[in-house]
Ligand binder design. Structure first.
Ligand code: CO
Length: 138
């Protein structure tokens, strides 16, 4: 059901500074940028997965609250699925608390849903069904 790590979401204070770190120190390149839901987002590809760097543009958004409370760092882990409705149904049947009972639009026109960290051993989990045309050709 889970195909691979789609991306790891990292909350940052300053997207440009963080992108510079990942480019110059880690040697990764930006594969996409987007303003989405009042967040500045940069994706950096590594193998079949990506890092998703997120800077909030509003002080009361989830990313800004994460940074205020815990500092910068990993905010969520996203798994790629083929059928997000089915995945949500399976998780629900297993007693997992869903933040999103139905898929909602995510960055890059993916369909996403979050699982509550209280029922996933402390990790905010995102399920991602990518838009078909956004997948890299193999
Ligand atoms: Co994400």
């Amino acid at each position: 059901m889970l195909r691979q790590i789609d991306h790891i979401g990292i909350a940052v204070k300053n997207l440009d500074e963080t992108v510079a770190f990942y480019r110059h120190v880690m040697g990764l390149e930006v594969s996409a940028t987007e303003i989405f839901n009042d967040m500045k987002i940069a994706f950096l590809r590594i193998g079949d997965s990506e890092l998703e760097l997120l800077e909030d543009l509003t002080p009361d958004g989830a990313i800004a609250r994460h940074v205020a409370k815990r500092g910068e760092g990993v905010q969520h882990v996203a798994y790629r699925v083929d059928d997000i409705e089915q995945a949500l149904q399976d998780m629900c049947a297993k007693g997992i608390e869903l933040i999103d009972k139905h898929p909602r639009p995510g960055a890059r026109q993916a369909r996403v849903a979050f699982l509550h960290p209280q029922s996933t051993k402390g990790v905010l989990i995102e399920l991602v069904e990518p838009q078909a045309s956004s997948l890299p050709a193999h």
